[in-house]
Design a protein around this ligand. Structure first.
Ligand SMILES: [Zn+2]
Length: 80
C-alpha cells in the first residue's frame, strides 16, 4: 500500500504501537501486525487490529504487561 503521509511504500511488518489511555498513561503494544512506511516510518493499522487494541486499551487494568518502562515526558512551550 501507499503511505498517505509521504507517498512512499508501506510494507507489512510487525511493530510496536503506542496508545494513550484516557487518564493520559501510555501503553505500548508490541509485535502488532501493521504496515509501515519505508520512507517516513508512518504506521498503518488494519481496522481489525485497531479495534482489538482499542478493546485491550479499554480494559487496561486487566492487562499484564511484560515489562514497564519509564517514559520521558518533555513539555515544549511555543512562543518566544
Ligand atoms: Zn511515508
Amino acid at each position: 500500500m501507499k503511505c498517505c503521509a509521504c507517498g512512499g511504500t508501506a510494507l507489512a511488518t510487525a511493530g510496536a504501537v503506542r496508545m494513550t489511555r484516557k487518564d493520559g498513561s501510555l501503553i505500548i503494544f508490541t509485535e502488532v501486525p501493521l504496515s509501515q512506511c519505508r520512507q517516513c516510518g508512518e504506521q498503518y493499522l488494519s481496522g481489525h487490529w485497531a479495534e482489538r487494541l482499542g478493546e485491550l486499551l479499554h480494559r487496561g487494568d486487566e492487562l499484564v504487561p511484560q515489562e514497564v518502562v519509564a517514559v520521558p515526558v518533555v513539555t515544549v512551550r511555543g512562543g518566544s
